[in-house]
Design a protein around this ligand. Structure first.
Ligand SMILES: Cc1ncc(COP(=O)(O)O)c(C=O)c1O
Length: 434
């Protein structure tokens, strides 16, 4: 094995505003001492991100899985512009406004089963925190004591805030450092095969009196390495939670809005969780917005003459009208445009075009689900080198852990998708020879 060849910096001549200001911005998931100069983006359109020097990259990641309709969709832009002119923000404590209220009703219409009562926040992590708070208080409000823990899964990821870190995989995730500081909950393997049901059921049964809720991602553990599990896993979780009277929280922040082939991943399994979280593609990648939606039996546990039984949570920007306008416009597009058919076509193309990667040395698995295409390798050597090579090839692919993956905008056309998969295969080949 030779050493990694030198490569041109991803961005040779950063503009003055970037050179001068770079030390003042603390970047996400970055070692600030060694992080390479970050790419100055000046414009987005459809599936393309234009850099300051005029180069355009085809986006294979959809800005962390948000830009379902591509960037700058005119329908969303018009809706947000109209709302901006009328009322950019108004506090939801005391005022109603059409965008948030209509959105909550529309979500109730399309979410699985009787999920019907939505609480708005601004980020996925916070929506999961709210789901966890709701679950704990659900039991307290009914006079049940001791249900203070959560059961979550190895490989799981639910956010970066302190509460959600406690339900992420404590060993494999990004939160290993905080062991001993964040509360310890129960952790086990996702029951992936029918014969795992009994083991899971026994484990949950043993701890049911201390567990407020089981928390899971449905069908895909995203940040945990794009690991898939079958719909039967969700059915096993639902049955076990019903049997042992434990709430089930399903985190559809990554999977929601078509990513896995159905509008929600729960649809494929035919299950209804007690609480479901959404964010990311909720606004079509335009604005920060997240939701926590509960079924009536959960919501009703908070109804009382006693004010202390209310859910005491209220982010300042809860139900922001601009974000809700973007989400309503995004839902219009899911209704009017053939997104799920596009996902089916993407799935077929990814399956076809990524298949040759199996023959490359060091490749451990190639898998596709909906608009998620994954090449898993034994171990990634230099993710920065890979990122830079992808940029040179005119695509934005961001490998992490041991996966080179794509989650393109759901509107990507076959030609652009082939450029993404072509670049993945080409650079994988180079990588295998290093
Ligand atoms: C399944 C899941 N839950 C929660 C989150 C956290 O969302 P946010 O980054 O908006 O806080 C993510 C983000 O990747 C996610 O994939």
């Amino acid at each position: 094995m030779t050493s990694i060849p030198p490569i041109n910096p991803a961005y040779a001549n950063p503009p003055e505003w970037l050179r001068e200001s770079a030390p003042h911005v603390w970047l996400p998931y970055a070692q600030m001492q060694t992080v390479p100069m970050t790419l100055p983006a000046v414009k987005t359109d459809g599936v393309r991100i234009t850099l300051e020097d005029g180069r355009a990259l085809i986006d294979g990641i959809s800005s962390w899985w948000t830009a379902a309709h591509g960037y700058n969709h005119p329908h969303i832009r018009e809706a947000v512009t109209k709302q901006l002119e009328a009322m950019p923000h108004i506090m939801l404590g005391g005022f109603a406004h059409e965008q948030a209220f209509r959105l909550a009703k529309r979500l109730a219409d399309i979410l699985p089963g009787d999920l019907a009562h939505t609480f708005f926040s601004e980020s996925g992590s916070v929506s999961v925190e709210i789901a966890m708070k709701i679950a704990v208080q659900y039991w307290i409000n009914q006079g049940v004591r001791g249900r203070r823990h959560f059961l979550s899964f190895r490989g799981g990821y639910h956010g970066d805030t302190l509460g959600t870190m406690a339900v992420c995989d404590p060993d494999e995730g990004m939160h290993t450092l905080f062991k001993g500081i964040i509360p310890e909950h129960l952790l086990t393997d996702l029951p992936k095969a029918a014969d795992a049901e009994e083991v899971f059921d026994t484990f949950l049964g043993k701890h049911a009196n201390e567990v407020a809720a089981v928390v899971t991602e449905p069908l895909v553990q995203g940040a945990g390495g794009m690991v898939f599990h079958p719909p039967e896993t969700l059915q096993i979780l639902r049955r076990a939670c019903d049997r042992h009277n434990v709430l089930l929280i399903v985190d559809e922040i990554f999977t929601g809005f078509g990513r896995t082939g159905t509008l929600f991943a729960c649809d494929r399994a035919g299950i209804v969780p007690d609480i479901l979280t959404l964010s990311k593609a909720l606004t079509g990648g335009t604005m920060a917005l997240a939701t926590t939606t509960a079924r009536p039996h959960v919501f009703e546990a908070f109804l009382s003459d006693d004010p202390a039984k209310a859910l005491m949570h209220g982010p300042t920007y809860t139900g922001n009208p601009l974000a809700c306008a973007a989400a309503n416009a995004s839902l219009d597009l899911f209704e009017r445009e053939p997104r799920l058919d596009q996902v089916a076509a993407i799935e077929a193309q990814l399956t076809r075009e990524l298949e040759p990667a199996r023959a490359v040395s060091g490749v451990h698995d190639v898998r596709v689900l909906g608009a998620i295409g994954v090449i898993e390798v034994d171990s990634l050597k230099d993710t920065e080198w890979l990122k830079r090579r992808f940029i040179e090839e005119g695509v934005w692919i961001r490998p992490f852990a041991n996966v080179i993956y794509t989650t393109p905008p759901l509107v990507i056309d076959p030609g652009d998708l082939s450029q993404l998969t072509g670049a993945m295969l080409k650079i994988l080949d180079e990588w295998a020879k290093i």
